[in-house]
Write a protein that binds this ligand. Structure first.
Ligand code: GDP
Ligand code: MN
Length: 354
């Protein structure tokens, strides 16, 4: 295992790239300290089973990374049996403590309740849900410091009912590690403003109080069209994430989360963990530490990321319809990401704009 030299196994992205080695038979080849992580309820068992099966078939059966499952209720035997049988790596099951899943004492319960009633009337998605708010706050500020997660340096978030459409021939964790990447995405879009009306005010306050945490070469251009005055609502979709746990556990990120949390928007509005993570990454990481995985093909209702480039799709045995690729359509922010980073869009993007 550890005596295999990573240099002998360069990161080749497809079987046709020079230096490609199929790591299948090489148990214990170069590995990164990383885990899959899933937050789920017991009732999600069959939907997460589908997700795990695809992640294993397309990638992890050759790498056997661990999988951490987290829940605010104890996992039942069926959940543990089914998921353990499907995962090729070790599985771990964690119960989330009340201090990470509930109302902090500085929240005015009456005010929060009125907000939920009002959002219900206005038919805002999940607007009346208490558990959804706990979930978003947990994913924003606590998943990466659960005791089980403290053993790892990188995570890959997997939700129930997602799909992977292409083979993954290299180790994305290793890619992140070797290239100094801290955060990654496959889909980006605009947030519903009704769920985050004052999030940007809160972020602005944080930036003023903590200029030391703002990266010099940041991605403000991804978040704002007027140099930071207003938020354009662009965010990375956080139901897929491969990222650095050390970064989320850094003083910068914790200061950011605590500042936002104090302002109460997880309960007085319905702040999602997607804009919260995305804004953090865009402001506190240098541009080149955020990565777009064109070659990881992904679906979470209702959006698909199907890799741009016909050769790539056939090399990777993809089974997604390229017409469904969301990247270059009007409601995606991925074009903006490319522009901000001065990246050239992959060949064939023009055919997928509508
Ligand atoms: P959506 O993708 O925004 O529609 O939200 P989901 O319903 O998919 O929830 C996001 C993630 O949190 C999924 O992994 C869910 O399984 C998980 N989740 C949502 N609500 C709860 C909850 O109340 N308890 C637990 N344990 N997990 C939850
Ligand atoms: Mn989901």
């Amino acid at each position: 295992g550890a005596n295999i030299d990573p240099a002998e196994y360069p990161l080749a992205m497809t079987p046709n790239d020079p230096g490609f080695h199929d790591l299948s038979g090489i148990k214990g080849g170069p590995r990164v300290n990383a885990t899959f992580v899933t937050l789920a309820r017991n009732s999600d068992v069959w939907e997460i089973a589908k997700s795990i099966r695809q992640v294993e078939d397309r990638f992890n059966r050759r790498y056997n990374y661990d999988w951490v499952f987290l829940n605010d209720q104890p996992f039942d035997d069926t959940f543990k049996k089914v998921t353990t049988s499907l995962c090729s790596g070790k599985t771990h099951y964690g119960l989330i403590g009340e201090e990470h899943w509930g109302f902090p004492d500085f929240i005015d319960q009456e005010k929060a309740k009125k907000v939920r009633e009002d959002m219900k009337e206005r038919k805002i998605i999940y607007g009346d849900s208490v558990s959804y708010r706990h979930m978003c706050r947990f994913e924003s500020g606590f998943f990466f410091r659960q005791p089980l997660m403290m053993n790892y340096e990188y995570y890959w978030r997997v939700e129930p009912s997602v799909e992977l459409f292409c083979d993954i021939h290299y180790d994305p964790f290793r890619f992140m590690h070797e290239n100094g990447k801290k955060y990654s995405f496959v889909l980006s879009l605009y947030e519903y403003i009704e769920t985050i009306p004052t999030l940007w005010d809160s972020v602005t306050k944080f930036m003023k109080n903590h200029p030391e945490h703002i990266a010099e070469d940041n991605s403000m251009g991804f978040l704002s069209d007027d140099g930071g005055k207003t938020y354009n609502k662009c965010h990375f979709w956080s139901n897929f994430e491969i990222g650095s746990l050390s970064w989320l556990r850094s003083k910068a990120y914790i200061d950011y989360f605590e500042s936002l949390d104090r302002d109460g928007g997880f309960f007085y509005e319905r702040w999602g963990d997607a804009p919260v993570h995305s804004i953090a990454a865009a402001l506190m990481l240098p541009k080149d530490q955020i990565h777009f995985f064109n070659d990881i093909a992904y679906y979470h209702v209702p959006f698909t990321h199907c890799p741009t480039g016909e050769k790539l799709r056939t090399d990777l045995k993809c089974h997604c319809d390229p017409k469904n690729n969301f990247d270059w359509k009007g409601y995606s922010c991925t074009s903006r990401y490319f522009e901000v980073n001065g990246l050239e869009k992959p060949e064939g993007w023009q055919d997928q704009t509508d």
